[in-house]
Write a protein that binds this ligand. Structure first.
Ligand code: NAD
Ligand code: IPM
Ligand code: MN
Length: 361
């Protein structure tokens, strides 16, 4: 068999600091489980590249990346140097759209050894998936400005929901819920205030539910849903939301499980017409960049999702197992500051790598 070809894009800030440990952990899993992986690193999709070339990506980026099985992505954004809308619409959001990665899958799990900011919660109490629509919705480029510079200055941006776009993310979420023991799906809505697109979303949920009689479905408006995330995180099994709601929930969820530094995400094209992209949920964290103290777990766990995506279950389980055992030990010299430790990206990354290497095939 030919090796799995992985395009490595570290990006900016802590993306470049956590990526080496992500790659090392994937290499370790490949070694132990006999999976052939090849890596090629690209300097585009970074603000350095933008400053050199005037664009976030080279003209042939799509051709280049299409030759890979998967993209392993760090984080992009240096808002003091390049406006965020320019750097993100010029890179990550382009990948998601042009590679039709219409599912953004984000686990939310309270792991042993991680201090939970919510009182009285223990591992097992928080264990759900966020399924975020990833190619349309509130993230649209349809809109504009008129009467600029006058008192009548007006800006507009349209939310776009297509039947295909909504149905395919709902179907994925229902399928996922059906595979889980609790078979429960929660839909994020705001159909009381957003009176055209959100009632449409709700109607498509009702329609889709007819095909999944065994899945328990509920829905909450996004405002109270955020409160339930904090007060009753044990309610959730699979949570499906539009692009913006899913974005917000997927920082809130991991924050409820200790830190966004551990959260991974899979930007998935289930049809496999294009490569899928695996990345941490967090950004480039300019506030801590350059100090070597970023938590590498989100990056490493994203690698675990990559392995899972290609059906390398044992390897994926070993990576998650390694993350869990290192965090459960909770050695203060190893874990990073966002988890209450005094460790570094290196100490935590290498501890997980060593644990993977010690795993039995
Ligand atoms: P952020 O996720 O970069 O940081 C938010 C806070 O969490 C910061 O205080 C940061 O120090 C902390 N943090 C994040 N990841 C951490 C980690 N691994 N370990 C320890 N602490 C961590 O979000 P932001 O500050 O809103 O955005 C910074 C830049 O990143 C912006 O340019 C933004 O647009 C971009 N961004 C990119 C992505 C991406 O590439 N996927 C995601 C989110 C934000
Ligand atoms: C994420 C990020 C991106 C998003 C930003 C950087 C455009 O926050 O992946 O969650 O909003 O999707
Ligand atoms: Mn986000």
């Amino acid at each position: 068999t030919s090796p799995l070809k992985i395009a490595v894009i570290p990006g900016d800030g802590i993306g470049t600091e956590v990526m080496p440990y992500g790659v090392r952990c994937l290499e370790a899993a490949g070694k132990v489980f006999g999976i052939e992986l090849s890596f090629e690193t690209f300097d585009f999709a970074s603000c350095d590249f933008y400053e050199k070339h005037g664009d976030m990506l080279p003209p042939d980026w799509k051709e280049t990346l299409s030759g890979f099985d998967a993209i392993y992505f760090g984080a992009v954004g240096m808002p003091d140097r390049v406006p965020d809308d320019v750097s993100l619409w010029g890179s990550l959001l382009k990948f998601r759209r042009e590679f039709d990665q219409y599912i953004n899958l984000r686990p939310c799990r309270l792991l042993a050894g991680v201090k939970c900011p919510l009182a009285g919660r223990k591992p097992g109490d928080i264990d759900f998936w966020i399924v975020r629509e990833n190619t349309e919705g509130e993230y649209s480029s349809i809109g504009g400005k008129i009467f600029e510079g006058t008192d009548r200055e007006t800006v507009m941006q349209e939310t776009v929901m297509t039947r295909t776009g909504v149905d395919r993310v709902l179907r994925y979420a229902f399928d996922l819920a059906q595979q889980r023991p609790r078979k429960k799906l929660t839909s994020a809505t705001k159909s009381n205030g957003i009176s055209i697109t959100m009632p449409y979303w709700d109607a498509r949920v009702r329609e889709m539910a007819k095909g999944y009689p065994d899945v328990k479905v509920d829905k909450y408006h996004i405002d109270i849903l955020t409160a339930h995330f904090v007060q009753h995180p044990d309610m959730f099994d699979v949570v499906v939301g539009s692009n913006l709601f899913g974005d917000i929930l997927s920082d809130l969820g991991p924050a409820c499980t200790g830190t966004i530094g551990i959260a991974p995400s899979g930007n998935i094209n289930p049809d496999r017409a294009f490569p899928s992209l695996f990345e941490p949920v967090h950004g480039s964290a300019p506030d801590i960049a350059g100090r070597g103290v970023a938590n590498p777990v989100g990056m490493i766990w994203a690698g675990q999702m990559l392995l899972q995506h290609f059906g390398f279950r044992d390897a994926a389980d070993a990576v998650l197992g390694a993350i869990e055992s290192v965090l459960a030990r909770g050695d203060a010299d190893v874990v990073t500051a966002d988890m209450g430790g005094k460790g570094t990206t290196k100490s935590l990354g290498e501890a997980i790598e060593a644990e993977i290497l010690a795993a039995k095939k």
